[in-house]
Design a protein around this ligand. Structure first.
Ligand SMILES: CC(C)(COP(=O)(O)OP(=O)(O)OC[C@H]1O[C@@H](n2cnc3c(N)ncnc32)[C@H](O)[C@@H]1OP(=O)(O)O)[C@@H](O)C(=O)NCCC(=O)NCCS
Length: 434
């Protein structure tokens, strides 16, 4: 391999087709590890592999991506041949306190099979961190195709996603006040108008939710998607007639008798509990169906507490969803607010990719403002960069991270104090990925 010229840099416009060919989304090779259960309604836990994209499709992709100012591709070239590709997308993510932080979302990533395990992914990740820092994005996030790849770069789980099923005959809701609003089956055009408004309101309050990419809901359509059938849209209007909740669902063709009568809820967001309850109320008791399947849902789905039999909601798959990695520790920590006021000195000493994060930091939080500055004072605890990244969104247990050795207390009560400061409720969730 000596004598090879390796470059890690953004691809030029005329290199974009070669760039995509390194990616599973274009070359058709697997992009996700096999699992015991599917995320969707059907039985296939590993999607069929796709045929590679045509030159024409790649050109279309390139034209769209070049237009998109929040898309930042990076590639590895060996002797001029593109062997690795990745990209970050600039998002805003909701952090505790109803604020947002700028975030570099690491997306489609691949190193071609003949060139893997030579350190190219590591170099691309480092380059993406540097570019994100320069853009002023204090943290990065991603969803991991395999759980053992990204911890070494400082990423650690921050949100979960859950798939659950509910048999219709068990789907009884507890009594509630009558709904002053109404439900309506709408078409794709109406859904496209409603989704951005509903999501904007939801994400203002839900930690972990993301700003939508341009065109996020453009693909919604009333046309059938093969044997999956068309997507249907159920909207809820408040008493003034404004849409305050919406769901996308499907009644797919069932290849086997045991799957017949499945209603799949592909997305559901509501700005308030009345709309949320009304939407689910119809979807879990839809005539001529047997089972509701809801993939990609929060682990702490409130519907469970609305059922007469909370156990009837059966979790059939659950995994980490977005992983977080703080790039600029003081800046990230001062973006969010903290449940319990207080101050804390903590040491980070394991950040090899971004050494500026190492040192002892003095953090102080009151109701609205937090500060985080270097200190010569004694540390209350030492925490790994990845544990701090998980804690940042407020959904992980500081006690568990300490049990596992990711946090070491140097003062009495330090872990409890850390836990109370960082906690958030409801737990972080992102209703779509990237
Ligand atoms: C995952 C993938 C991008 C890794 O690229 P790569 O260039 O081989 O990774 P690197 O050589 O830079 O590896 C960096 C480190 O991660 C480790 N690593 C890389 N992929 C790994 C994997 N799948 N499982 C466990 N460890 C892995 C390497 O051993 C290396 O460890 P070290 O730093 O301790 O030596 C590449 O194998 C690939 O394209 N896989 C198929 C598609 C895919 O899974 N993409 C990810 C989408 S999220």
């Amino acid at each position: 391999m000596s004598g090879m010229v390796t470059e890690v840099r953004p691809p030029r416009r005329d290199e974009m087709a070669a760039y995509y060919r390194a990616l599973p989304c274009a070359n058709g090779l697997p992009s996700w590890e096999p699992a015991d259960a599917a995320w969707h309604g059907g039985p296939e836990p590993w999607p069929p592999q796709r045929t590679p994209a045509s030159a024409e499709q790649l050109e279309k992709l390139a034209a769209a991506d070049i237009e998109n100012e929040s898309f930042h591709p990076i590639a590895t070239f060996v002797d001029g041949e593109c062997v690795g590709a990745s990209a970050t997308i600039s998002f805003e993510v909701t952090v505790p306190g109803g604020r947002t932080a700028r975030m570099a979302g690491v997306t489609a990533t691949g190193v071609i099979a003949t060139h893997r395990r030579r350190g190219y992914l590591r170099q691309m990740v480092q380059a993406m961190f540097e570019a994100a820092w320069e853009r002023g994005e204090p943290l990065a996030m991603l969803s991991a195709s395999e759980g053992s790849i990204y911890g070494r770069f400082g990423f650690s789980p921050a949100t979960y996603r859950t798939r659950w099923e509910l048999a219709r005959h068990e789907a009884a809701l507890l009594p509630a006040e009558p709904d002053p609003g109404s439900l309506e089956l709408v078409d794709a055009a109406q859904a496209k108008t409603a989704w951005p408004r509903v999501h904007a309101e939801v994400r203002a309050h839900r930690v972990g939710e993301l700003s939508p990419l341009p065109g996020r809901w453009d693909g919604l359509s009333d046309e059938a998607d093969g044997t999956n059938g068309p997507l249907r849209f159920l909207a809820h209007r408040d008493k003034h007639g404004d849409v305050d909740g919406i769901a996308n669902f499907r009644l797919p063709w069932s290849p086997t008798a045991d799957r017949a009568g499945t209603l799949v809820v592909e997305a559901l967001e509501a700005t308030n509990s009345v709309a949320y309850r009304a939407l689910w109320g119809l979807l879990i008791d839809f005539d001529l169906t047997k089972t509701v399947v809801a993939p990609g849902r929060p682990r702490d789905e409130p519907l469970r507490w609305m059922l007469t039999n909370p156990r009837a909601m059966r979790i059939t798959r659950q995994t980490d969803n977005l992983w977080a990695r703080l790039l600029d520790v003081p800046r990230a920590l001062t973006q969010r607010s903290y449940l319990a006021p207080g101050s804390l000195n903590f040491t980070i000493d394991d950040d090899q990719m971004w050494p500026a994060n190492n040192g002892t930091w003095h953090m102080k939080a009151d109701d609205a403002v937090a500060t985080c500055v270097p200190t010569d004072g004694t540390a209350d605890l030492t925490i790994t960069l990845s544990a701090l990244s998980s804690l940042y969104f407020g959904g992980m247990s500081a006690q568990n991270l300490a049990h596992a050795g990711h946090i070491t207390a140097h003062a009495d009560g330090a872990i409890g104090h850390l836990a109370r400061m960082f906690w958030t409720d409801p737990e972080p969730h992102n209703s779509f990925g990237f």
